[in-house]
Design a protein around this ligand. Structure first.
Ligand SMILES: Nc1ncnc2c1ncn2[C@@H]1O[C@H](COP(=O)(O)OP(=O)(O)OP(=O)(O)O)[C@@H](O)[C@H]1O
Ligand SMILES: [Mg+2]
Length: 266
């Protein structure tokens, strides 16, 4: 399949600060509802606010990241992969400077059926990430909670994989399963971090102090459970943009700083 970039919004449209910053992140966790999309959208907003041209590539048929960023998809992303339509046509501007979204829609539910074999799925996604990297300083892929061959292709290609881990045995188990299943992912690619911590719960405090330190490659920051997450959905805007002073925004700024420390040098 040939990916054509016709229609991609070009660099000259944007502020050229930090154009030497070219990185890619996937937000991935087999366990659902742990804050992947919330993280993708907020980290993207922080990067864009810092001057980095940023794309959120929504790969989840729920299209939650697309929705959170205020975009309304008018095309089916599945067509990019089935018919080789130009990927740029699916990219929407958002209300935020330098932040675009490659919109997802329910057509992606059959995404895994759209490729002939695993190898071509991986190659296609790798090619797409490289191509998007020509126009964006940071590409953040919001993954669904599953391992399709295309998701494997994404995980193989990105610089780092952010894994939200909530304080539950199942969440840790899902991370461990991913590491076993995807044993070809390089150790340094994994960036797990703790989410949905409620400091009022003694069990969560104990979990943070005793269990979390055993998680391999854990980032030294965590995202607290916060009602601001719901307000973000009401406003269809990243919390760091619509509520920059709440603790959840501070948590995400700390996470973004920790991620930058772990990104490879260009
Ligand atoms: N720090 C937080 N505090 C409280 N609620 C949160 C927090 N982060 C996310 N949420 C809420 O948890 C729910 C799931 O979040 P989100 O959609 O980001 O998870 P996800 O891992 O992307 O889910 P899925 O696996 O379905 O894609 C949403 O209602 C979101 O608003
Ligand atoms: Mg999600």
């Amino acid at each position: 399949m040939q990916l054509r970039s016709n229609g991609v919004i070009h660099l000259s449209d944007y502020d050229k600060r930090m154009t030497d910053f070219v990185r890619s992140l996937a937000v991935f966790q087999l366990k659902g509802g742990v804050g992947k999309t919330t993280t993708a959208v907020n980290i993207a907003a922080l990067a864009a606010a810092e001057g980095i041209r940023t794309l959120v590539w929504d790969l989840d048929p729920q299209g939650a990241a697309t929705w959170c960023l205020g975009a309304e998809p008018d095309l089916k992303q599945d067509k990019v992969w089935r018919d080789g339509l130009p990927i740029g046509r699916y990219i929407h501007r958002t209300p935020y400077d330098r932040l675009d979204v490659l919109a997802a829609d329910i057509s992606l539910r059959k995404f895994h059926q759209s490729v002939a074999d695993k190898r071509s799925a991986r190659e296609t996604m790798s090619e797409a990430i490289d191509m998007l990297g020509e126009d964006y300083g940071l590409v953040i892929v919001d993954c669904p909670p599953m391992i399709w061959p295309q998701i494997e292709g994404v995980l193989q290609s990105v610089d780092r994989i952010l894994v939200p881990v909530e304080p539950s045995r199942l969440s840790i188990r899902a991370y461990e399963q991913s590491r076993q299943q995807l044993e070809w992912v390089k150790k340094r690619q994994w960036l797990p971090f703790v989410t949905l911590i409620d400091r009022r719960k003694q069990a969560h405090v104990t979990w943070v102090n005793e269990t979390a330190p055993n998680i391999e490659e854990l980032l030294p920051v965590f995202i607290a459970y916060s009602a601001s997450a719901e307000r973000m959905l009401e406003q269809r805007a990243p919390v760091v943009s619509c509520l920059p002073h709440v603790p959840m925004s501070r948590n995400y700024r700390a996470l973004w700083e920790a991620i930058k420390q772990k990104l490879p040098a260009t």
